[in-house]
Design a protein around this ligand. Structure first.
Ligand code: FES
Length: 202
């Protein structure tokens, strides 16, 4: 009579247990990777496609009659971006106007329109831009930088601008004209002033 081998207690279930553990860990790893890639994809998508058409709104800026040729106003959008809206022609439609970011692409100082020189000017490092916002001098000119442009339209004598609203908790928030760009801003915004040695006036 052949003695049959008797497995130690529970040993016959060992392969099943191993299979179960392998499967469970694979599922857990897959779920973790899916979650991780999902979050990464969402973040990457936000940077790659920051503003869908629904994330922008047309907002009122000013009556067109209040801007004469060469005039410029500083508009602050509902998300906080500041924009120079300038009248550069008298043709009677939105092509007469241009809306360009007032934030210098070099180091973030405020750019303003200089009608007498037909250019935008950044006082921090003498950056200059042509009427279309293309850098022509100083660091922005050297680096081929340009001021971001915003779409404009006219409806019933009113000028409207299309601005991003993707970051807003309150979708009904409105932008407003806040005046002309006052040139150089204070320390904390203007890197030139922020770097002034103590006790020395700018
Ligand atoms: S920050 Fe505008 S030229 Fe440097």
């Amino acid at each position: 009579m052949t003695a049959s081998k008797v497995a130690p207690d529970g040993a016959e279930n060992e392969p099943d247990r191993r299979r179960f553990l392998t499967t469970a860990s694979s599922v857990a790893m897959g779920a973790g990777l899916a979650g991780g890639y999902g979050a990464f994809g969402a973040i990457a998508g936000r940077f790659l496609y920051p503003a869908r058409p629904g994330d922008r709104q047309w907002q009122f800026v000013i009556e067109t009659g209040r801007l004469s040729l060469g005039d410029s106003v500083l508009y602050r959008g509902p998300s906080g971006e500041t924009i120079n809206v300038t009248r550069q022609a008298e043709g009677g439609d939105e092509a007469d106007f241009i809306a360009l970011s007032s934030t210098c692409p070099h180091l973030g100082c405020q750019v303003h329109w200089e009608g007498q020189n037909n250019r935008y000017f950044c006082p921090c490092h003498n950056g200059t831009f042509d009427p279309a916002g293309v850098g022509t001098g100083g660091p922005p000119g050297d680096a081929g930088m340009a001021l971001p442009r915003y779409p404009l339209k006219i409806d019933g004598g009113l000028l409207f601008i299309e601005v991003p609203t993707a970051q807003l908790a309150d979708a009904s928030a409105q932008g407003e004209v806040i005046d002309r760009a006052p040139g150089v801003h204070g320390p904390g915004h203007d890197p030139c002033l922020a770097c002034q040695p103590k006790g020395r006036k700018a």
